[in-house]
Design a protein around this ligand. Structure first.
Ligand code: HEC
Ligand code: HEC
Ligand code: HEC
Ligand code: HEC
Ligand code: HEC
Ligand code: HEC
Ligand code: HEC
Length: 464
């Protein structure tokens, strides 16, 4: 039986791919039969930990060696005591990307092995378009295809650099923006004179919001910027810049520290953001590098690496490329989604009901609809996992009614092991005792406001 967050694999598979909350981890099951270059794998596995540590030492050393470029050190203690993580602000070299040749040979080797492994096993979304046109087109519509964009390449970067400034009224602070072809830099000359923060990634498709983060590869630290972009109700108008959700907590900030720009991120925070918004991110043993990220929740995040499949399909032998991972039951299916959308194992015990409403697997897994229709209710009962969410209310209601709707029929259709319509009429029924012809979603899956005008439908289906 699959453990939490692990996908289900065929027994004879060469590799196990465990989907941890944030990234794929590849573990060879039978090293002798690995079809991938065994040496690479072994290097990755065996030297990963060690190399990671060595890499860290070197990285830290590297950051010392450029200390002449540091201009703001940790601020002295003071201000609110519950603020932690006062990071240094680092220098303005907009291209503080890691140079592989700065790493020790061992780390270079494992980096190289990892890259090789990724390029030998992953094909990329574009490669699927030709044969799976419908899924590809649906995926393009879905936010999944736009969860992670390089900031300089984003539409937002050009909007902001045209706009030039953004005033944060809560802090009486003014940010200025400049963009070139491959950089996007933010400054706050009054609070952090001389500092420029190059923004690396933009997270979110914009359906709800887009939040930028800056990653300093040399120190492996970063910052979630204080401002985000929000769509307007009137879609014809450009998006609006406002406070990043949850940043009220940082209204009070230390001048001259990285907090001028937003919430400091350490390497595990950055990994978490990238992990849930990407297809592949480098494993924890290797440094975070822009060039090692496969952006967006692509086909291969859910279907596993598919290079073999593409190669064989091109020779007309698609059926010979067994899927590396497949969904065997509703639970393993839901666990895949839960790696990012979250269930009870990954939400903090102190989470409030409004926060929980955004974690759909958490909600579904506690609903009687799921618990008492074993194996028959999962995300794709109501959603095409490839497509954007359908706001067609009638079709959502129809899903509820397949189990609950018709007083003359029961919910046995889903309860029976076979989906034979003949059993549909026999089973007991549960029909709404309150408003059986109303909008079920409105009452049983209401939209719960979360933050900054964003709301999520509570997936814990229950008596209101
Ligand atoms: C050259 C055509 C071709 C390309 C390119 C291709 N596929 Fe397929 N794919 C097929 C065919 C044919 C089948 C049906 C095979 C079968 O009947 O088992 C299939 C089946 C599938 C399935 C369902 C069965 C399974 O293996 O899980 C998935 C999922 C899938 N492909 C994903 C992908 C992804 C992801 C990509 C891109 C990385 C891709 N395919 C690229 C031809 C292709
Ligand atoms: C790698 C992390 C990850 C995984 C795995 C994942 N999602 Fe998502 N999903 C996201 C992110 C991030 C977004 C937000 C996209 C955006 O910004 O609009 C999202 C958005 C969505 C949306 C809204 C899309 C839209 O445009 O309306 C649906 C529906 C969804 N996910 C369903 C699923 C289902 C079903 C699964 C499992 C089969 C799944 N997701 C697996 C990260 C993930
Ligand atoms: C555990 C996985 C996970 C982590 C970690 C994560 N995200 Fe997300 N993120 C998601 C999912 C899933 C969604 C889609 C929300 C939905 O539609 O239910 C999302 C949506 C978003 C959105 C769209 C607006 C919204 O709130 O829906 C932004 C912006 C975003 N994330 C930024 C970030 C940033 C910045 C970080 C790191 C500080 C981060 N995320 C870390 C999974 C994650
Ligand atoms: C968020 C996770 C997710 C992403 C991203 C995703 N898929 Fe799927 N895909 C699924 C799930 C889950 C199924 C199983 C079908 C179901 O339960 O509805 C599936 C089924 C399929 C199938 C089999 C369809 C059938 O009728 O049997 C194909 C082919 C496929 N996906 C191709 C793709 C391609 C190509 C992409 C990228 C363009 C992609 N998928 C992206 C989750 C995903
Ligand atoms: C796969 C079948 C299935 C689907 C689809 C389904 N349910 Fe259920 N639901 C059940 C079962 C089974 C129960 C528990 C036994 C019963 O009441 O018949 C249940 C229970 C409920 C309850 C009572 C919850 C409680 O805590 O007592 C409500 C309310 C409900 N469902 C509403 C909905 C709504 C609204 C939808 C559509 C968004 C929906 N259901 C979709 C199968 C389903
Ligand atoms: C019983 C039907 C049902 C099931 C099962 C279901 N959803 Fe939903 N989901 C909905 C409805 C209805 C909406 C709201 C659509 C709208 O805006 O009208 C929604 C909205 C969403 C959204 C958009 C954000 C929001 O809250 O409006 C995401 C993301 C999502 N669902 C993901 C999932 C995932 C992941 C699963 C599986 C764990 C899942 N859903 C299972 C019915 C369902
Ligand atoms: C106006 C709000 C509202 C609407 C619309 C609504 N419900 Fe209900 N539903 C309720 C309330 C309130 C109860 C609890 C009634 C009680 O305790 O007597 C309930 C009870 C239920 C139950 C439990 C019945 C039982 O015997 O335990 C189910 C199942 C259910 N609703 C399904 C649905 C479905 C399916 C729809 C859409 C076709 C729907 N509801 C529409 C408010 C609503």
């Amino acid at each position: 039986m699959a453990s939490k967050n692990a996908l289900v694999f065929r027994e004879d598979d060469e590799t196990t791919i465990a989907v941890l909350p944030h990234l794929f981890v590849f573990v060879p099951k039978k090293p002798a039969t690995i079809s991938l270059p065994p040496i690479s794998i072994r290097i990755v596995i065996a030297s990963a930990l060690l190399a990671g540590m060595v890499a860290w030492a070197v990285l830290n050393a590297a950051s010392v060696s450029i200390s002449n470029q540091e201009f703001v050190r940790n601020s002295p203690p003071g201000g609110s005591a519950n603020r932690t993580n006062r990071h240094e602000v680092h220098a303005v070299n907009p291209d503080r990307r890691l140079r592989v040749e700065n790493l020790p040979p061992r780390a270079q080797q494992s980096l190289f092995a990892w890259r090789n492994f990724v390029s030998n096993t992953f094909a990329g979304d574009q490669a699927c378009a030709e044969c799976h046109a419908a899924e590809y087109a649906a995926h393009q519509r879905s936010g999944h295809s736009r969860t992670l964009t390089l900031m300089p390449q984003s539409d937002l970067a050009s909007t902001l650099s045209n706009q030039g400034v953004y005033k944060d009224s809560r802090r009486e602070q003014q940010f200025t923006f400049t963009a070139t072809e491959d950089t996007f830099v933010v400054r706050d000359d009054s609070n952090a004179p001389g500092v420029a923060v190059p923004v690396t990634w933009l997270l979110g498709s914009g359906t709800h919001a887009q939040t930028p983060i800056a990653v300093d590869e040399i120190t492996q630290k970063g910052v979630e910027l204080r401002w985000s972009s929000f769509p307007r109700h009137d879609a014809t108008r450009p998006s609006e810049i406002g406070l990043t959700p949850d940043h009220e907590r940082f209204d009070d900030f230390q001048q001259g520290s990285i907090e001028c720009f937003g919430r400091p991120l350490d390497s595990s925070d950055i990994r978490a953001c990238l992990g849930c918004h990407s297809t592949v991110t480098s494993p924890p043993s290797l440094p975070i590098m822009e060039s090692m990220v496969i952006a967006n929740v692509g086909c291969e995040r859910c279907h596993g690496p598919r290079k073999d499949h593409v190669d064989l399909a091109n020779q007309g032998l698609a059926e010979q490329a067994k899927p590396r991972l497949k969904y065997e039951n509703a639970e393993s299916y839901m666990n895949t989604c839960a790696a990012c959308h979250r269930d009870e194992t990954s939400v903090h015990p102190s989470a409030t009901p409004d926060e929980l409403a955004r974690f759909q697997p958490y909600g579904i897994k506690r609903s009687r609809c799921y618990l008492e229709s074993p194996g028959h209710l999962t995300c794709s009962t109501c959603h095409d996992p490839h497509d954007t969410v359908s706001h067609d209310r009638a079709s959502s209601i129809a899903q509820c009614q397949r189990c609950h709707g018709n007083p003359d029929h029961g919910s046995g259709y889903y309860r029976s092991a076979d989906h034979d319509a003949a059993t549909f009429a026999d089973a007991p029924q549960a029909v709404c005792t309150h408003e059986p012809t109303g909008d079920c979603i409105e009452c049983h899956m209401p939209a719960v406001p979360w933050s900054e005008g964003i709301s999520f439908h509570d997936h814990w289906i229950r008596i209101p």
